[in-house]
Design a protein around this ligand. Sequence first.
Ligand SMILES: [Zn+2]
Ligand SMILES: [Zn+2]
Length: 134
Amino acid sequence: MASSVKPKLPKNYQLIYDIVQASGVGRHLTPSDIFTKAHKRRPGIGFSTVYRGLERLRELGLVSELYVPGADAATYEPSGPRHAHFRCSACGEIEDVAYAIPPRTLKTLALQHGFKIASERVTFEGRCAACAAS
Ligand SMILES: [Zn+2]
Ligand SMILES: [Zn+2]
């Protein structure tokens, strides 16, 4: 569970965390987006540092990693309440969708199949509002 006490992070990791946090809920940054922003503020930072930082922040539960089918790279967003995603197959835009599979459904599925569900990801696909209109 997310705790309000944030461990002290190395400076570079803190910068990466700030960048993801500043992007806000509903924005999904790729590692290269994050690298570009980090590099502007700290030109000495390397791509591998950004990767390692994201890995660490994910372990700490400070950022969420998201693999959307069809997207080229994993994207990162601030940790927050569970939600689903929508990916536009025309422009590639990823949007948050305020939806989570009801816990009851997960429980039922787990019982039916005899497995334990640790996590689930829901991704919708189609055309975003702007693409659908054009
Ligand atoms: Zn679109
Ligand atoms: Zn999201």
